[in-house]
Design a binder for this molecule. Structure first.
Ligand code: TMP
Length: 203
């Protein structure tokens, strides 16, 4: 089973991915917890190019190519082998992030994202948790972390509002695999909602 977590910056999805991995392991499942951009040594190198530095460092088109290159390496070296071995793969972000961040926020580039995805990736998650959150609250949480990886947060609040709308739009587009979870609740409540959804799917 391939599970992804998606949402705007600061939505709490990384915490939720980690909590879910721990709970599934406690239930005796073999779990691979990974993230994008990154998740394999080569893709982690590409990550640094993407998340650090000036917001105008790359055009949206160049970003699509870099994210897709990182994803292809991650898929070949980490995700596909783990799924083949029967493990549960949990990824903190995957292709839906490219559909929204690069495909729908700075002009309409969704067709370009989709065509590259079809050629180079061709894999969709079985289940996608979209952790939904008020963009202003999420942005201050994200920037407060001061991680040095805030190139996308630097695009500002209007960008985060567009992202949220983009993720909610994807949930409508792919209702069979996407689930919107209310991220404004406490982390434990969110985690309980997530586990219930995954257990229903596993059953
Ligand atoms: P993270 O903060 O969730 O680790 O993600 C790093 C940043 O990269 C985040 O601001 C979202 C952005 N991103 C994209 O723009 N497109 C993508 O395809 C992915 C995976 C991430």
């Amino acid at each position: 089973m391939f599970i992804t977590f998606e949402g705007i910056d600061g939505s709490g999805k990384s915490t939720q991915a980690r909590l879910l991995a721990g709970k599934l392991e406690a239930l005796g499942r073999e779990v691979v917890l990974t993230r994008e951009p990154g998740g394999s040594p080569g893709a982690e190198e590409i990550r640094a190019l993407l998340v650090e530095g000036d917001p105008d460092r790359w055009s949206a088109e160049t970003e699509i190519l870099l994210f897709t290159a990182a994803r292809r390496d991650h898929l070949e070296r980490r995700i596909a082998p783990a799924l083949k071995a029967g493990q549960i793969v949990i990824s903190d972000r995957f292709a839906d992030s490219t559909r929204v961040y690069q495909g729908a926020t700075r002009g309409e580039r969704r067709a370009m994202v989709d065509s590259l995805h079809a050629q180079m990736i061709g894999t969709e998650p079985d289940l996608t948790m979209i952790i939904d959150m008020d963009p202003d609250a999420a942005l201050s949480r994200g920037l407060a972390r001061d991680s040095g990886e805030d190139r996308f947060e630097e695009f500002g609040a209007a960008f985060q509002h567009k992202l949220r709308a983009g993720f909610l739009g994807l949930a409508e587009e792919y209702p069979e695999r996407c689930l919107v979870i209310d991220g404004a609740q406490g982390a434990d409540e969110v985690s309980a909602d997530v586990l219930a959804a995954v257990e229903a799917r596993l059953a």
